[in-house]
Unconditional design. Structure first.
Length: 178
């Protein structure tokens, strides 16, 4: 989460934390409700789902930041909606391919991998939901806007320019430019 805060803005980090906690609570809720055994392999699956969700949040939030630069006249709602729409095909394909592999572990992995694959299946299915329909609206609710993101980018540029010496070209006569 610190990574998201440093890379984007604190509003995105808070939204990603809430979305990730949503994934964990859903997985733990399934295991508690159905009274499935919770062991170290399930814990590993929960941690894998957290990483998976952080990655998905980064993809969506990176597109939001990109859209703030490109779509200057659009509202925040339109920018976030466009970011979600543009990343949806990538999200679906990635999740379907991952779920295919996890499904094979669930069916053919035996008793040892069953709960691991079950937790991953739940996490992948709800990870799509939380990255798209929980994290982005929370970021919007927290008040993310163009000034937050563009202001941070401008501050970084100013810091970077202060560290780098400025280079100027020598004044050459017109005949030397040709």
């Amino acid at each position: 989460m610190l990574y998201l805060w440093l890379r984007f803005e604190w509003r995105f980090a808070v939204a990603a934390i809430i979305a990730n906690m949503h994934d964990v609570v859903i997985i733990l809720g399934f295991f508690a409700f159905f009274q499935w055994e919770f062991n170290l392999t399930v814990l590993a699956a929960v941690l894998a789902v957290l990483g998976y969700s952080v990655n998905e949040s980064v993809v969506v939030f990176d597109r939001v930041r990109e859209n703030f630069r490109k779509m200057r006249k659009a509202s925040v709602t339109q920018i976030i909606d466009n970011a979600i729409t543009r990343t949806m095909s990538r999200t679906i394909i990635t999740h379907m391919m991952t779920q295919t592999m996890v499904g094979s572990m669930l069916l053919f992995g035996g008793e040892v991998l069953h709960n691991f694959a079950l937790a991953l299946t739940i996490g992948i299915l709800f990870g799509i939901y939380s990255s798209v329909l929980v994290a982005s609206p929370i970021a919007m609710w927290l008040g993310v806007n163009r000034a937050n993101l563009i202001g941070d980018i401008e501050k970084k540029r100013v810091r970077k320019n202060k560290r780098l010496p400025s280079r100027t070209l020598p004044n050459l006569p017109d005949s030397e430019h040709q």
